[in-house]
Design a protein around this ligand. Structure first.
Ligand code: SF4
Length: 124
């Protein structure tokens, strides 16, 4: 070998490296287990989500980027531009219980019934 890698050698090395990159995390996770699995084995509660949860679905964190972009607040009275409008009267709102519901804008999360954001749209 002259020290230079030919195309075939380069390709063989690339395939080996790609295989290691794909397989290594799986093997390591299987051997050592994930942190959540380790916590479960120890009987410790898994790390709580940053926002409080209601019935398994987390509430929107007013500080997350989408919430900030639409100026979401948990209490419409703290947003003068809400002009008394709030999530319950919004067309994007889906009531879950007396104090919370889903919102089309925040898929997989709950908003406060008294919340509001700049995307408020009068319920038909
Ligand atoms: S779109 Fe409507 S329901 Fe969703 S956060 Fe804004 S005001 Fe509330």
């Amino acid at each position: 070998m002259n020290g230079k890698m030919d195309r075939r050698g380069f390709f063989a090395t690339f395939v080996k490296m790609a295989g290691v990159a794909v397989i290594a995390p799986t093997v390591l996770n299987t051997v050592f287990g994930s942190e959540a699995h380790a916590q479960k084995k120890r009987g410790a509660a898994p790390e709580a989500a940053p926002a409080a949860k209601s019935g398994g679905m987390p509430f929107v964190d007013p500080n997350d980027s989408v919430a900030k972009a639409v100026k979401y607040v948990e209490d419409h009275k703290k947003a003068p531009e809400a002009k008394g409008n709030h999530c319950v009267t919004c067309g994007f709102y889906g009531k879950k219980d007396a104090t919370s519901g889903t919102c089309t804008i925040f898929a997989g999360k709950l908003v406060k019934a008294d919340g509001w954001c700049a995307s408020w749209n009068k319920k038909a």
